[in-house]
Design a protein around this ligand. Sequence first.
Ligand SMILES: Nc1ncnc2c1ncn2[C@@H]1O[C@H](COP(=O)(O)OP(=O)(O)O)[C@@H](O)[C@H]1O
Ligand SMILES: CC(C)(COP(=O)(O)O)[C@@H](O)C(=O)O
Length: 295
Amino acid sequence: MINELKVFLPAHITGFFEIITNDDPRFKGSRGAGITLDEGVVTHTKVTPGSGRVEILVNGHKNELNTVSQTTIDVICDLFNVDLSCYDIFIEHSHTFPVGSGFGTSAGFALGVSFTLPTLLGIDVSYHMAGEIAHLAEIRLSSGLGDVIAAMEGGCVVRLREGSPRFGIIDKIITPQPIYVICKTLGSLETSGIIDDPSYQMKINSSGSSLLDALIRNPNIENFINLSYKFAKNTELINPELNEIIDIMRDETLGASMAMLGNTAFALSYTPDISIEDCIITRLNMSGVKYITQK
Ligand SMILES: Nc1ncnc2c1ncn2[C@@H]1O[C@H](COP(=O)(O)OP(=O)(O)O)[C@@H](O)[C@H]1O
Ligand SMILES: CC(C)(COP(=O)(O)O)[C@@H](O)C(=O)O
């Protein structure tokens, strides 16, 4: 039996969204649209016979960022009634984007665990069930609502129905040629502080719903980024400093907006050229979850 697996999950930037609550976390989530990137989170998981030790590293460090991973392990134990006392588990996440800045990093951590640990424990989970495990961890922590279902698929993902990957419904916007994604981050935003705040929920939902309808009527990448900017303005989530950067980006690209939920500007372009310093430049991901080592 294999004792280690490595998997890649693309980062996911939400352009606009609508919060859909439900007492059943499998049916709680968001509708909206976003893009996945060719960079994200690589997770390397090893399981050996042992005494219940769990070690989680994030970019080589043990720190508070192991909460999402630990919560995903807890979800696996709850769902499959697993006793970990006779295993030692080692998980290492490597991520290129800053946490909490609108790149869906928490979803990448959760999916990295859910697409490796069950298999290494001999638990047979389907592709969509592995996604559901990560979704349940995100909902439990309020660290995300719809990144999981989008990151698994790749591309420019439209979330038509909320929920875990077993119940949510997505579609994709076809891009005629390769798309560069240009990002400039000024810092983080606390996701839970926004998605759990009733006043933000009202602004988000009153705007997100109509923008999704507008994208469905005209499903193309330029419309996505322009509707995303409308959302950032309508919800008043954008700040003047970020707006200045977005204005410059918009003049040089197909369009630009704020990455939800982070203090980050992102632009879509057919070329990697931009006049702004210190941008992260990558490509629209088309593959979704990808095993680096074979199952
Ligand atoms: N590994 C982690 N452990 C604990 N909390 C995390 C972890 N990753 C992200 N978070 C928290 O979850 C929320 C969403 O994180 P993240 O998905 O990285 O946000 P974003 O998509 O905005 O970058 C943030 O509040 C962040 O602080
Ligand atoms: C926008 C957000 C609710 C949070 O995104 P992040 O902060 O990147 O986890 C996302 O999960 C979504 O549902 O679209």
